[in-house]
Design a protein around this ligand. Sequence first.
Ligand code: ZN
Length: 441
Amino acid sequence: MPQTVDTLIHARWIIPVVPQNTVLEQHALAIHHGRIKAILPSEQAKTQFDAKSVIELVDHALIPGLINAHTHAAMNLFKGLADDLPLMDWLNKHIWPAEQKWVGEEFVADGTRLAIAEMIRGGTTCFNDMYFFPDITAQVSAAAGMRASIGMIVIDFPSSWAEDTNAYFNKGLALHDEYRDHPLISTSLAPHAPYSVSDEPLNRVQMLSNELDIPVHMHVHETRDEISMGVEKYGKRPIARLNELNMLSPALNAVHMTQLEDDEITLIAENGVSVVHCPQSNLKLASGFCPVNKLAKAGINIALGTDSSASNNNLDMFEEMQLAAMLSKAVADDASAIPAQQVLEMATINGARALGIEQETGSLEIGKAADIAAIDLSTVNTQPVYNPVSQIVYAAHSEQVTDVWIAGKRVLKQGQLSTLDPVQLIEKAGYWKERISKSDA
Ligand SMILES: [Zn+2]
């Protein structure tokens, strides 16, 4: 008797990511109650399973949904507002003033929806966010069927979200309580950066991270200026300060890490810190180069993120994968550094590990949530296919993603979003552009 399942996807290739270096040909993936029930040869699947929905993807590769491990999703509405400036000028003269003027519930809801549409369209099924009004980000993500790790932002200055440090913590913790058992939403503590959060709140962040067993998401060693400011104010480099505050631990997701000395790499490796590499943002803001190959050799878990659309300027994880591979080779002066498979791991399972959700997502394994992206490799730019992993990392465009499932729900069906309306999103983007461009002049 065949077993009944909700969905059976037959694909030309299945790349589960775990186990490593595995490409299954002419296999099928069975989904039941939102989870991966089986991965087996297509022929066998036809007799073993009776599916309510059968999908044939004859030219496609199935991969785990991509995990964007560092975003500020709502900032999609500032995309292209201020380009070609160094980080501190960009923040102090443009982004922070614009945020003070515009950021509120409506802004965050509209910006985040726009970002989620772009992410799902490009095969991303989970993002790790840090922004004001995280309650709205969580609400919008859950409604769109998007998986997200929502940061409880903490920063020394007041915002329209919170008037002081206490308010940041209290509002963040209320959010954590609300989503404690949510199937798609997890939370993290998100102190903005060493230069924008003082010791006392950082102590509290670390205490809460231990108590609640959740990650800490923080920009660390992004630019040379940040190091000089740290040395001037605290007499030490930010990593040394975080070490004294007992913040170097497997819970820490240190984003950027472009300015690293060898003993700092040893220190973060010994303490199990994850690094989130954002190559496009680092290049656009001329922040520096993350020594990805050295970090990988030291055994550090490296995830991949786009950063916000204001410093990228998109949320395209295909571009990010390609650039991560190429830039790491150039920085290491070694063409064999960071091969395609390793980059795909950075964009999937390593992100899940950093966010503490590797039991749930990040690879196509039986029992995990069915978070899947299907990529059509039949287009001219990805033919012929000697090695589908190489094609995905080095040749494919995000537009080749045709179908996406998150926890078994098909949120992109043959290129069409099923939980968001692009026409409405574009109208909203135009509305914000009119308002914001009048005031930033
Ligand atoms: Zn950032």
